[in-house]
Design a protein around this ligand. Structure first.
Ligand code: SF4
Length: 258
């Protein structure tokens, strides 16, 4: 099983190779791979403010996790290397991904996301608590627009611009993926920018946009506590996104939908 499917701590251990500083951000030879991108992401220190924050949080820790060692580094995407759907979030949570080393893992948003992916048949279990918990994705890959936990969940425009090439490269490496599900306006706008959509398409739960290369973007409210506590996002509405994704992927295969 490829290491990407369980997160960086499986197979990668914590010793991803450092890449030479002069390595181009996009490998023009076309040989860019998820392994290469992962190795670069986990070593990245390009944003001084985010590096300081992620490491400070990892040092201070939340009281309930005081006995755990935090990852405290950037988080690459993970999932099925032959994914047909890529789910894009905003950034790792300070005490979620920044602690566990896997995106949407060990926090409430992840609870929502993986329950929904499991119900839709993209995950083998409804929980994502830590690397090595047995979670496997089938047909799906999960990533974020920004790879380091930002203060107040708010990366600056410059940090976003600096980090987006990692998502761009993952999307290029995942050349079987025809569907992108953006969780929240930030991720939606990031994908729109990667595909140079002007004007940016309107954001709204369930809105769909055609992308170049036969790809399609689906917008979803982010499963943040702010959205789920206020019922702006319900489990039914979240499920509807992945039910629709299933239907679109089946119609791509020329198979009748359910
Ligand atoms: S946010 Fe992205 S570009 Fe900035 S340090 Fe983290 S991984 Fe690097």
């Amino acid at each position: 099983m490829a290491p990407f499917n369980q997160g960086i701590g499986v197979g990668w251990a914590n010793a991803a190779p450092a890449f030479p500083a002069d390595k181009p951000i996009w490998d023009a030879s076309g040989l860019d791979s998820l392994a290469q991108i992962t190795a670069e992401v986990v070593e990245c220190r390009a944003c001084p403010r985010l590096v300081a924050w992620r490491e400070q949080v990892a040092q201070d820790r939340r009281a309930s996790f005081r006995n755990q060692e935090y990852w405290g580094r950037p988080i690459p995407g993970f999932g099925d290397p032959e994914a047909r759907m890529v789910v894009v979030g905003l950034a790792p949570a300070a005490h979620g991904g920044n602690r566990t080393g896997r995106i949407f893992t060990g926090d409430r948003s992840g609870d929502w996301l993986f329950r929904a992916l499991w119900r839709a048949g993209f995950a083998n279990q409804p929980t994502s608590t830590h690397v090595g918990d047995g979670l496997l994705l089938a047909g799906a890959y999960v990533a974020a627009a920004v790879r380091c936990a930002p203060p107040a969940n708010k990366p600056t425009p410059e940090e976003r611009r600096r980090c987006l090439p990692y998502l761009e490269r993952e999307l290029k490496a995942l050349d079987t993926a025809s569907l992108i599900v953006a969780l929240g306006r930030f991720a939606h706008d990031a994908v729109a920018d990667l595909f140079a959509l002007r004007p940016r398409p309107l954001f709204g739960h369930g809105r769909e946009t055609e992308l170049c290369g036969g790809r399609r973007l689906i917008a979803s409210f982010h499963p943040s506590q702010q959205n789920t506590f206020t019922k702006r996002l319900t489990e039914d509405a979240f499920d509807a996104i992945f039910t629709r994704a299933r239907l679109l992927l089946k119609s791509d295969e020329g198979v009748e939908g359910p």
